[in-house]
Write a protein that binds this ligand. Structure first.
Ligand SMILES: C[S@@+](CC[C@H](N)C(=O)[O-])C[C@H]1O[C@@H](n2cnc3c(N)ncnc32)[C@H](O)[C@@H]1O
Length: 226
């Protein structure tokens, strides 16, 4: 891909993503600049490629995080409920938090990362605390352990849902937990086959419209019990 790059620092990486047009808006650049990848990616934090973080899992590439923030930005408002499915390292969850905080304080804001590997739940909490412990301490950001295909009903409905691993079909429960006016983005397609990042918008009447955004390559959402 033309924009594959390596930064000498987090700020340099984000500047390059901006220069290549992957990051389109100042607010996304600010949230990603404020969230230094060194806290989340022990290897090559400033390379625009997925990196191993343990548990046979990778932190997604910076350009995919940038796209996620850009596609969801209209839903990322103070008071919003946001669900990050397969939150892994915690990086994107932190970006969602910072993006919304920069727009304004609202006691109702809730950013939820859901991850099914216990070791990654612990790792992400420790990453987030190394970055800035006020995020989790605020009570407005939560990392929960669970099967993200089922969402997190306790804090539904969500204005924005991001899924960081591919579903063979769109998980219905996530559509059910999407708020009216909300947007879900999810990679859909078989493991190793043709996958698309799909966007689902629920209108004020509850009707859902799907848009195919781009072809992608993601690891699958999995079932830990099988
Ligand atoms: C490609 S990684 C991306 C992680 C994260 N977005 C990041 O960039 O650090 C996909 C993540 O989805 C998680 N995952 C896979 N299936 C899941 C499921 N059913 N429920 C919750 N998490 C799941 C994996 O454990 C992994 O952390």
């Amino acid at each position: 891909m033309a924009w594959r790059s390596v930064g000498t620092s987090n700020a340099d990486l984000i500047r390059q993503l901006r220069d290549y047009g992957v990051i389109a808006t100042e607010a996304v650049a600010d949230a990603m600049t404020a969230t230094d990848r060194k806290h989340y990616s022990p290897r090559n934090p400033y390379m625009d490629a997925p990196q191993p973080i343990g548990g046979s899992v990778t932190i997604s590439a910076p350009h995919m995080h940038a796209f996620a923030l850009e596609y969801l930005r209209d839903q990322l408002k103070p008071g919003a409920h946001v669900l990050d499915v397969g939150s892994g390292s915690g990086y994107l969850t932190a970006c969602f938090y910072r993006y919304i905080k920069a727009k304004g304080e609202n006691e109702n804001t809730r950013i939820v990362g859901i991850e099914h590997q216990v070791s990654l739940v612990q790792l992400s909490k420790s990453n987030l605390n190394a970055d800035d412990s006020s995020m989790l301490n605020s009570g407005q950001m939560l990392i929960v352990e669970g099967d993200g295909r089922l969402g997190h009903a306790a804090l539904a409905p969500y204005d924005a849902i991001h899924v960081g691993a591919a579903a063979p079909e769109t998980p219905n429960e996530l559509l059910n937990q999407l708020a009216r006016g909300g947007r879900l983005i999810v990679p859909v397609g078989p493991e190793g086959g043709t996958q698309y990042m799909q966007q689902y918008d629920k209108d004020a009447s509850g009707k859902v419209q799907m848009t195919r955004l781009m072809g992608v390559m993601y690891v699958p959402l999995t079932d830990l019990r099988s």
